[in-house]
Design a protein around this ligand. Structure first.
Ligand code: ZN
Ligand code: ZN
Length: 265
């Protein structure tokens, strides 16, 4: 073996040990990052990061909680529509009552969750408080325990922004699959938001579609449907919600059916 070959081998060996150290270091950094993430967050927030302790089997109990000012006849309407599509999955859909939107979240703990980049905007529009979905999910997880309910859908008149995707503000709704809870915001489902005359029927239709959509995520998964008329399509604008139907397309229906088979429903 000539000198050149010898050096080549030596370099190769060094290279291998360096990449081993690199991997080791990477693992350590990851571990450290997780520790840092855990510091300074509340127990509830940490719970949100960990998988749900209980696994749900269907049929189960679904509860609807209203956070804000809603008409009493809304619950039976939503219940009827949800049962029409997801009936076999639920023993019953319960009315968990109404909560005052301002009293639901203690003001100070809330502000901590507001993202920095929204602060400027917030200062400009003092009256407008966007609410991170994570805070809702936190509230719903507590409610699940309190009321012994498996799955919760919250309907609120507060404006939402996504805790999970910084790009999304003025969200129509978001589901937390890990913790079996969803939230729908009626804030921008009202015609008044678009500076148009009130339309109670249209408002009701939109809330129904979004409720079916968010409960649909809990049963079908987080994916959206490409069919723009399917209730499981992703709508970023109100026109999209008005365009879609309150029904599942054939593909989503088949998916739901396979879930039924899985749970023997
Ligand atoms: Zn969705
Ligand atoms: Zn579909």
């Amino acid at each position: 073996m000539n000198r050149y070959e010898k050096y080549k081998r030596k370099i190769k060996r060094y290279y291998h040990s360096i990449s081993r150290y690199k991997l080791k270091l990477k693992r350590k950094v990851l571990k450290l990052r997780n520790i840092i993430l855990e510091i300074g967050i509340s127990k509830d927030e940490f719970n949100l990061m960990t998988p749900s302790a209980k696994a749900i089997s269907y049929p189960c109990h679904l509860g609807i909680l209203f956070i804000g000012d809603f008409q009493d006849n809304l619950f039976p309407i939503i219940r009827r529509h949800l049962l029409g599509i997801y009936g076999p999955f639920f023993y019953e859909i319960h009315d968990l009552g109404k909560k005052d939107s301002l009293q639901s979240f203690p003001g100070d703990s809330f502000k901590k969750g507001i993202k920095r980049e929204l602060k400027e905007e917030q200062n400009a529009i003092r009256s407008l408080n966007l609410h991170p979905t994570k805070k809702f999910h936190q509230l719903l997880i507590e409610k699940q325990k309190q009321d012994n309910i498996d799955v919760i859908l919250a309907i609120t008149d507060l404006p939402l922004y996504s805790s999970y995707d910084k790009q999304i503000i003025f969200l129509f709704g978001e589901a937390n699959l890990k913790h079996y809870c969803s939230v729908v915001s009626s804030f921008n489902l009202k015609e008044a938001f678009y500076e148009r005359r009130q339309n109670p029927h249209l408002f009701e239709q939109r809330i129904i579609k979004e409720s079916i959509h968010e409960v649909g995520h809990l049963l079908l998964g987080r994916e959206h449907c490409q069919n723009e008329f399917c209730v499981m399509t992703y709508s970023t604008e109100i026109e999209g919600i008005d365009r879609k139907s309150p029904h599942l397309c054939k593909m989503c229906f088949d998916k739901l059916h396979s879930r039924r088979v899985k749970y023997n429903l």
